[in-house]
Design a protein around this ligand. Structure first.
Ligand SMILES: NC(=O)c1ccc[n+]([C@@H]2O[C@H](COP(=O)([O-])OP(=O)(O)OC[C@H]3O[C@@H](n4cnc5c(N)ncnc54)[C@H](OP(=O)(O)O)[C@@H]3O)[C@@H](O)[C@H]2O)c1
Length: 309
């Protein structure tokens, strides 16, 4: 008998909504599991998707854990007896499996990785525009890696991911923490904000400072993405080329390299995780929101968007 490939998506958050709507439109069978008391109970139904209760989970074999990484352990502790032996548990990020060794704690299950290298809203947009979504996968914690790989690739294709790259859970976790989650999310908004504030201090009008910093950032990113770095540097104006090279020589690469070494070491030896576990997510989230709410760049962003809507 052919195995039921239905995917149970756990949660109705950012990734869950994109996975579910893309799968629905690709006619790949999927259903949603929401924890008891979730205020989102009607949302999947409004999207034409069915929901399942905890007592029905045992009927299925494939589960995508699309809930925050810090809640994966709690979900598996609570539901391990509801899930069938050898159930496939799919993660969109390797962090919980790598750091908490979930593959060893719950060795009755297969732990698979299908990690989109995309933000959830972009995954839906790319799917609708028939643009490939980049992703990586791992079957290293599967008893039957060949079968798991073809299962993951079929699922990935229905989400809009063609040819995901094979990696290990450790590689995906460390790279994501290092690059996207720490350096890029940390440095890019700060660099643009610093640039904006500096121009304002020098007497540049708000609108111009905004266009030259925030707005330019996306133009540059779009061209870099579409054409690649070599073509980008061929396309920009002579002044932009010369200015960029002058700044490039002054930019302190050694300082950045030191910062990267430190971050890489902390991720590898686990001290990054230990620090994070001691931090209060809610407290940091409130601080960051408060900070940006007060920031002149945020105020200008709102003003520009309101004037255009
Ligand atoms: N966000 C992204 O664009 C992105 C990109 C790449 C990878 N990822 C990965 O995708 C996964 C999901 O991230 P996300 O940002 O999409 O999550 P999210 O939006 O924060 O997920 C929220 C959903 O999770 C549910 N939930 C939370 N704890 C639960 C529990 N213990 N049991 C059952 N449901 C629970 C919530 O239920 P209630 O409705 O009941 O509150 C809600 O529906 C993570 O592994 C993340 O690293 C995310």
């Amino acid at each position: 008998m052919k195995e039921d490939k239905t995917l149970i998506i756990v949660g109705w958050g950012n990734q869950a909504q994109s996975w579910a709507c893309n799968l629905r439109d690709s006619h790949y069978p999927c259903k949603i599991y929401l924890r008891a008391g979730s205020h989102k109970a009607n949302f999947p139904v409004q999207q034409g998707l069915s929901t399942v209760k905890a007592s029905q989970l045992a009927q299925y074999q494939n589960f995508a854990l699309l809930i925050p990484d810090q809640n994966h352990l709690e979900f598996l502790n609570k539901h391990q007896d509801h899930l069938p032996k050898a159930a496939k548990i799919i993660y969109a990020h390797g962090h919980s499996v790598h750091t908490l060794k979930l593959d060893q704690k719950f060795n009755q299950f297969e732990h698979l990785l299908l990690a989109p290298k995309s933000i959830a809203s972009a995954m839906r947009k790319d799917y609708l525009n028939q643009q490939n979504i980049q992703a990586v996968f791992s079957t290293e914690h599967s008893q039957n890696p060949k079968q798991s790989e073809s299962f993951l690739k079929e699922l990935a294709a229905a989400i809009g991911i063609q040819n995901p790259y094979p990696v290990s859970f450790e590689e995906e976790t460390c790279c994501d923490l290092f690059s996207e989650q720490s350096l890029l999310c940390g440095a890019l908004p700060t660099l643009i904000e610093q640039n904006y504030n500096f121009l304002i201090q020098k007497g540049i009008p708000n609108h111009l400072a905004y266009l030259e910093t925030w707005h330019e950032f996306f133009l540059i990113a779009d061209v870099l993405k579409a054409k690649g770095p070599k073509e980008f540097f061929k396309m920009i104006s002579p002044n932009a080329l010369m200015g960029s090279q002058q700044y490039n020589q002054k930019y302190n690469k050694q300082e950045t390299e030191k910062l990267m070494e430190e971050l890489h070491r902390e991720i590898k030896d686990g001290s990054f995780d230990q620090k994070i576990q001691k931090m209060s997510f809610k407290e940091i989230q409130n601080q960051v929101e408060e900070y940006w709410q007060q920031s002149p760049l945020q105020k200008m962003y709102q003003q520009m968007n309101e004037s255009q809507s």
